[in-house]
Design a protein around this ligand. Sequence first.
Ligand SMILES: Cc1ncc(COP(=O)(O)O)c(C=O)c1O
Length: 418
Amino acid sequence: MKLSEENKARHDQQIVEILQKSDRSPVHERFDPVEGGGARRLQMIRESFIREMTRLAITHNAINLSQGFPDFDPPREAIEAAHQALETGANQYTITWGTPVLRGAIAAKMRNWYGLDYDPDQHITVTCGVTEAILATLMGILDTGDEAIIIEPYHEGYLPAIIFAGGTPRFVPLDPPDYTLDPDRLRGAFNSRTRAILINSPHNPTGHVFTRTELENIAQLCQEFNVVAITDEIYEHIIYDNHRHIPLASIPGMADRTVTISGFGKTFAMTGWRLGYACALNPLSTTLRTVHDFMTICAPAPLQAACAATLSIPDEYYSHLQADYTRKRDKMISILNKAGFIVSPPEGAFYVMADFSKWDFDGNDYSFARWLPANLGVAVVPGSCFYGTKGMGKKTVRFAFAKRMETLQAAEERLCSQ
Ligand SMILES: Cc1ncc(COP(=O)(O)O)c(C=O)c1O
């Protein structure tokens, strides 16, 4: 669909109105980038709350349970492989799509874990994190005004990515307390303008792991409305109890309309390395590659070599990871219960949405998230910043528990001190 300038302006205004109806209306606390000469699209974007909370944690010297990054190191194998790569010449651009070794290792992983077949030469693209993979995919498929469905609560990066790509967001909520997806509500969001849906499982921030039935329902709608599914599987290996991660691409009829995205940051405790990847058949692979080619040229060369090494770490790594995160999750849940929050244990990922209604606190999630680091020395993320619908998440904050047990212990002392 080609839009005139006038229609584009109308489209931008429409998004501003969607956002004004939400709690995400762009509040620019320091300065307004559009007033400062920035592009119109910035009117629709507010700086990241999650990263703002990390800065607040630093200001108050608080324990940072806001942003989702581990406070422990990547596996030794990865660090040693990175050193070796730096010493042995992996210091220039790689092939745009990623090194053949890393793409080969990702293809083997997708086959061994999920029975999905991708040709590393055509179908796998290494990116600067999951963030870039999602943005490149959306920019490759959305024309101005195309709709993309976001399931809320959602990771903060999805909305800016849709806006950068010129699309229009449409929100569908998960239903608390167990955060399941209502099939009728989902169907109501699909229409002839729908071009894409973003699915994150295991889910940040709720910890929901989408069931086969939920995925089949999404698959059915994607096929009926000719929609591309973009999956964010960054927490695929952080999963609890008897839950199982099922890639949407493995559901019948979805292989050629799904872009499966994952990354190394969370599984291998290396979020600062910025390494992710997208797996897609053609023509989707070519579309996202066209954007990636010019957006970042390639992901960091020595770290690609090191990430290839992580994929040959024996499988026990993943069972240890699961056992270790299960201990952290149980500890976090017990701390939050003791501190008077209302919580339910996540099925996957490393976050808990905690309801603070029982606290003697007169304010919303934003004021609570600003009060907590300043007064008790623990940083969290306000719940409503994961929603596009006004009024949602106002009594919740998100805790991230990808932390050493000592860190969680110290957080317990602070949270239970009041
Ligand atoms: C669901 C989800 N997707 C994407 C990201 C960002 O991934 P990356 O650091 O690989 O860009 C995060 C980070 O917290 C996340 O939780």
